[in-house]
Design a protein around this ligand. Structure first.
Ligand code: PLP
Length: 456
């Protein structure tokens, strides 16, 4: 058997990959026919593949490589931590410096009184923690019947049993008999697709008020929490109309329902502040974080927990945890990542330079014959593809076919841009420069033009 290295021919790597590697969210049969693109290295905002092509990563991996690829100091911190203490847990009355230091740092950065950190490996299992945590909170308060969590259709909260259940992706629910009991859904605030003749503000308010209707339907004494992404990411970068979140916040407060804000994408600078909750003025009781916490260099996630919730949980033994909760290498890397973000002024770069420039260029794509709407907050952006701009109409073909075509044209032109149905989305590394934004926009426009030629 050949040793597998970057030096093997691409076709050989692809064949071995197809024979043995099951890819997430992929039809492996289809992929096996054409072969996966083999990524061999990366620097800044660029990936390199096994054919030597340089690809602009408009998605920062999976919305996560906030500081960009190839940062040496992170590699050094990881190596040092591996030598000093590669592993220990914090289950049985022990702790260690990386877990302590990161918890303190997160408490300092997080808004409000999110002063407590429960570590996980990523966003999905942090949301699993949240399900158990809010139910335990209410049980400890003598209201164990308060166990329903309300979420939204087309939300994404991960891929574990709990994460999939909290998410509102029907295609995911269909695989594995989900959701678990006790999860209820309201509609999403997607004005472009579902707003009809209402103004965005009227529509946003109506969709937020569905929460109140749902609480009354379920019974306020049965509802533990509401969960939402400040901006739906995997659902297509759906930005709720102004007023939506203020109404959600009001309803949660009125019925004393815990607000879980899932900031797995919006955390750590993506929206131009440390957290999307600051951009949108949200006051979460629990916040889910992952991805940008380590810029994707190692797996880590966490639930950031308010004083109110932590004080109640402190009264019991919370029988929950993962072998790698607070992994020392992951915590050390996350701390170094946060140090880099602070010392290099990456959030200021997003707010003052990259986001305004990308916004200007992104909105210019609205002149394309196939683009019905452009949306952007910070460095997460989407555009809707349509055959009829005035009617905000979807394509008649199977939903997502045109988006897939544009994504494939984009990939062929060395830009990673994702599609969610017929919405195109980007979320580049936060360190992207103006020149790189120009390149991103030029390649996106080329992909749109080529896609238009195919479908018109
Ligand atoms: N929550 C949100 C909002 C996400 O976007 C994701 C991943 O995309 C998750 C949770 C799941 O995180 P992970 O894939 O790290 O488990």
């Amino acid at each position: 058997m050949n040793k597998i290295t970057n030096h093997l021919p691409t076709a050989e790597l692809q064949a071995i990959d197809a024979a043995h590697h099951m890819h997430p969210f992929t039809n492996d049969g289809e992929l096996g026919q054409k072969g996966a693109r083999v990524i061999t290295s990366a620097k800044g905002v660029f990936l390199k593949d096994s054919e030597g092509e340089e690809i602009l990563d408009g998605m920062a991996g999976l919305w996560c490589v906030n500081i960009g690829y190839g940062n040496d100091s992170i590699a050094e911190v990881a190596a040092r931590q591996m030598r000093e203490l590669p592993y220990y847990n914090t289950f049985f009355q022990t702790t260690h410096v990386p877990a302590i230091a990161l918890a303190q740092k997160l408490a300092q950065l997080a808004p409000g009184d999110l002063n407590h950190v429960f570590y996980a490996n990523g966003g999905s299992d942090a949301n699993d923690t949240n399900i158990r945590m809010v139910r335990t909170y209410w049980a400890e308060k003598g209201q164990p019947e308060r166990d329903v969590i309300i979420s939204r259709w087309n939300a994404y909260h991960g891929s574990t049993i709990g994460g999939t259940s909290l998410g509102g992706m029907k295609g995911m629910h269909g695989q594995g008999s989900l959701p678990i009991p006790g999860i209820e859904f309201i509609e999403q605030p997607n004005w472009y697709a579902e707003g009809g003749d209402m103004t965005p503000e009227e529509f946003g308010l109506a969709r937020a008020q569905e929460l109140e209707a749902k609480i009354n339907e379920v019974g306020a004494d049965k509802v533990a929490a509401f969960i939402g992404e400040p901006i739906q990411g995997a659902g297509g970068v759906i930005v709720a109309p102004d007023g939506y979140w203020a109404e959600i916040q009001r309803i949660c407060q009125k019925y004393d329902i815990l607000l879980i804000v899932d900031e797995v994408i919006t955390g750590f600078g993506r929206t131009g502040n440390w957290f999307g909750s600051q951009t949108l003025d949200l006051k979460p009781d629990i916040m889910t974080v992952a991805k940008g916490l380590s810029s994707g260099y190692v797996p880590i996630g966490a639930s950031l927990v308010s004083d109110k919730v932590a004080e109640v949980l402190a009264g019991t033994e919370f029988n929950h945890g993962y072998t790698y909760s607070g992994h020392p290498v992951a915590c050390a890397v996350a701390l170094e990542n946060l140090r880099i973000m602070e010392e290099e002024g990456i959030i200021e770069h997003v707010r003052d330079v990259a986001a305004p420039y990308l916004a200007e260029k992104w909105h210019e794509l609205a002149d394309h014959p196939m683009v019905g709407e452009t949306k952007i907050v910070g460095l997460m952006a989407s555009l809707a593809l349509t055959p009829d701009k005035d009617a905000r109409a979807p394509f008649a073909s199977d939903a997502g076919t045109v988006g897939l075509i544009v994504r494939e044209r984009s990939f062929a032109n060395n830009l990673i841009m994702r599609h969610v149905g017929d919405r195109m989305v980007i979320s580049p590394p936060l360190v992207i420069t103006k020149d790189e934004i120009d390149l991103l926009i030029a390649r996106a426009r080329k992909a749109l033009d080529e896609g238009y030629e195919i479908v018109k």
